[in-house]
Design a protein around this ligand. Sequence first.
Ligand SMILES: Cc1cc2nc3c(=O)[nH]c(=O)nc-3n(C[C@H](O)[C@H](O)[C@H](O)COP(=O)(O)O)c2cc1C
Length: 321
Amino acid sequence: MDLPNLTIGNRTARLPIVQGGMAVRISLAPLAAAVAREGGVGVIAGSGLSPEELAAEVRAAREQTDGVLAVNVMVAVRQFKELVQAAIAEDIDIVIAGAGFSRDVFTWCHEAGVEIVPIVGSARVAKLSEKFGASAVIVEGYEAGGHLGTDRPMLDLLPEILDAVDLPVIGAGGVVTGADIKRVLDAGAAGVQMGSRFAATVESSASDAFKQMYLDATEDDIVIVKSPVGLPGRAIRNPFVERLERGDVPRIERCIACLKECHRDYCIIDKLVKAQQGDVVNGLVFAGSSAARIQDVPTVKELMERLVEEFHAASSEDASG
Ligand SMILES: Cc1cc2nc3c(=O)[nH]c(=O)nc-3n(C[C@H](O)[C@H](O)[C@H](O)COP(=O)(O)O)c2cc1C
């Protein structure tokens, strides 16, 4: 069995693999362009960037590929509108909106002929997304890295989302191999979104120290933390997470009110940027539960080829077993 294409509205990717948007500054033009070039959907994370910076990343990625490119912006970010509009002005193919629900984004995208794909954690929000004109939905389960909108595993949520909507449904959370992709497609998904696996690639803009945290992590090291966004998040235990667990959180030194609502326990952007830049002691290293299964840092090309091979191997095992 071959991997199917993934069609989202008027855009078709050769492979049903969406590289998850990863803020802050982890999935930028180099990663997104490499994924799109290899036939997947490359996603630039906009949260934590200025609209001008996001526009420049979209432009840089577009110069490198005519594959399918998306931006991911958290609805919770104060500059949500400006970021989405900056990406639309650069002719982005798809806008992916997570961490909240926005009605307006449907209007902006429809007017511009851009596909809109919300990230959902329930059948109710999936139905609402369909009603407003989503081109697909991403179902993110509890295994995922970053902020979490549900406490249920992806394969547990998927059937009810498939029942609720007549749209392509993309499964996210816990997918790192071609065999994992097969399991999710066999369960009825049109594609997968993979974050952690792409964070540990050569083209990811995470620091080497960040990638090394993934290589060294065991299952016990991957924990849930409280984020000031008001959602739990999944990250790798480090001295900063230990301080959080003890309630010994560092004071916010500078606030630019980047989120619509912030609990201000600590500055999430500052902590994510620190980790991205290599301070994995004081920064926050977001990672999915399956980061413990990641053992190398391949190029995107090597990874995509491996995923396809693993998918074929899992398909022939199924056929012979
Ligand atoms: C380092 C990191 C940063 C992330 N940042 C974002 C983000 O900015 N917006 C978002 O919607 N999801 C974000 N995610 C979630 C991913 O896009 C993806 O859905 C998730 O990682 C899938 O789970 P996996 O890591 O098990 O593959 C992030 C994940 C990671 C690991």
